[in-house]
Write a protein of this length. Sequence first.
Length: 326
Amino acid sequence: MARHLSIVCTMIMFAFVLGVSGCSGATNPAAYHTSTENNHAAPQSLGSWKAKASMPTARASLGVGVARGILYAIGGSDANGNSNAVEAFSHATDTWTTKASMPTARTYLAVANANGTLYAVGGEDATGVLNTLEAYDPSTNTWTTKASMPTARCCLGAGVVNGILYAVGGAVVGSYLNTVEAYDPSTDTWTTKAPMPTARGDLAVGVVNGILYAVGGIGGGSNELDAYDPTTDSWSTKAPMPTPRSSLAVGVVDGRLYAVGGWEGGPSLTVEAYDPATDSWMAKTPMSAARTALGAGVVTSGLHPKLYAVGGFNNSYVNTLAAFNP
């Protein structure tokens, strides 16, 4: 665990270890109980979960990315502190392999795939909040250091639209951010974009049809959903997520955004799906076990994409991997 407990997002993990709600405690516990009671009886048409091979290193607040059909779990925090572990999961064989370690061990980072390369953005290590950007090439199993992000931050989200990586929100010592900065891999440069409507950290980001969605978090509305259009550099607010959450994970399957787990007065097993076409949410089959500070990635096998929920925290670090079939 990182040492800088004055940083707002670090306080959340500290709270997990103590067994209290920490700065996510403003979440309404009634919303959590209502959603899980409804979802436990969910019919099969609302999706199903299946356990997969456990991740070798149990950890939370990690980054997850998918490249060439392989899911990568990157960094985070484990029982020994900040991690630089990189482990790759093959859905075809249901096995994990260890890959080249990330140069900078860190937690509360974001990971996104731009043009087949995985980028690990920001986070926190023993020295404090980072503006580090490191790129992993799956074809060579190597890392390179790229231009630093202008604003150092942890607990951010990241998404890619048309080959451009967007780093969204996050936290620094004492405050949350609405900062949005865009990285162009072709020029190794950053530019500042229109700020998110509400400053928040521990959010999740997903991209549907060229629109970037910032989901949940803490610091503003923990059920807030904001949409960013890169073509106009503008934000709009969408239908709020039914269950307010932070430290959640997001994946996109068949044009719908799935919000998975997180912190809602305690570790969550809630799964809710957002349809941009109707600006509406629907409850889905919950995970079999609650967890927060998890990661998510979507892997397509034939005509059947599946969302994978990776790692997290629930009284201890989790190495669970589960696949959701919508």
